[in-house]
Write a protein that binds this ligand. Structure first.
Ligand SMILES: O=P(O)(O)O[C@@H]1C[C@H](O)[C@@H](CO)O1
Ligand SMILES: O=c1cc[nH]c(=O)[nH]1
Length: 297
């Protein structure tokens, strides 16, 4: 699928487009633009919360993509001062910050970037961390349906003063494709598919009792988490509803792969050491590395 048409007729009338947060200026009118030369080979866009994770992922993917390079990856969007973007062969690794609002900004701009660069069959992936719901810390969860903080399987966004409600789920072939490369004999961790709850708040929105404000009891929290569990929700993060619905609207395939840092049925505080967190963060890399190899073969 070529991204030559995004779901926005206004773009067709623009002679240039400044992707403000990436600090990339696109001259839409030229045929063979610089953008096409620089980004036209992109097949996979990996996204994740932090710059450090995305830089490490770029380095991790080099041998998988047959790229021999010992230099520090270059942040192509450093001048934009918001998001970090690394290119490793046909893969772009971009940071998105915490939550749907910061992610949606860079996602709109990345979707336009691949459209202007005339990339074909691009798959967007989110490689994140999450809280598990009834799963062992370290488990990798591939999202099927994404639920909002009201436990509805939709993404809701105010547009022109109205609440717009959009479907929030990932394409089954992507889910199965990612799951298909998981659970290999020496992995030492489980990869499962499940539903994900995405919230706009890490504390109250995720039913934590350790935020600066909390107006419910431990019992209320446990009932809510149990209700989520009954819906097949096995992890909680802050992006999957927006990510699935916006990529769906843009007619682009996407997948969401997160590692659980804690089991929320046992507590709220994320107390793992930074070393353990770093080890856990490598797990989605392993799965995504295999999936990208499978996708590009
Ligand atoms: O990709 P990351 O690790 O940033 O994903 C989760 C969801 C929020 O962005 C953040 C909250 O700690 O972690
Ligand atoms: O509990 C958690 C852990 C990581 N990220 C989240 O959004 N929630």
């Amino acid at each position: 699928m070529s991204l030559s048409r995004l779901n926005n007729p206004h773009l067709d009338t623009m002679t240039s487009d400044f992707l403000y947060h990436l600090n990339i200026n696109v001259a839409c009118s030229q045929n063979a633009t610089d953008i096409e030369k620089q980004f036209g080979d992109i097949r996979v866009i990996c996204t994740g919360g932090t710059q450090k994770r995305m830089k490490e992922l770029a380095i991790y993917l080099r041998p998988i993509l047959g790229i021999v390079d010992n230099r520090e990856p270059v942040d192509l969007c450093e001048s934009g001062q918001r998001y970090a973007v690394y290119k490793v062969g046909p893969v772009l690794c971009a940071s998105h910050g915490v939550g749907s609002s910061t992610f949606s900004v860079v996602l709109h701009e990345l979707l336009k970037l691949v459209r202007y660069a005339k990339c074909k069959d691009v798959v967007f992936l989110r490689i994140g961390t999450c809280g598990g719901v009834g799963v062992e810390p370290g488990t990798v969860i591939v999202t099927e349906k994404a639920y909002n903080g009201c436990l509805e399987n939709v993404h809701e966004i105010p547009i022109l003063g109205r609440r717009v409600v959009r479907p929030a789920f990932f394409a089954q072939d992507i889910v199965e494709g990612i799951l298909g490369v998981g659970n290999q004999p020496n992995d030492g961790f489980k990869t499962i598919k499940a539903n994900t709850m995405s919230t706009d708040c890490f504390y109250e929105g995720q039913g934590r009792t350790d935020g600066a404000v909390c107006e419910y009891s431990e019992d209320d929290k446990m009932k809510f988490l149990q209700k989520a569990h009954d819906l097949g929700i096995r992890n909680i993060e802050m992006e999957a509803t927006m990510f699935s619905s916006l990529t769906r609207k843009a007619d682009v395939k996407a997948g969401c792969i997160c590692v659980a840092l804690i089991n929320r049925l046992n507590g709220d505080q994320v107390t793992i050491t930074m070393e353990q967190k770093h080890e856990f963060e490598q797990r989605p890399f392993i799965i995504v590395g295999r999936y990208i190899r499978h996708l590009l073969k």
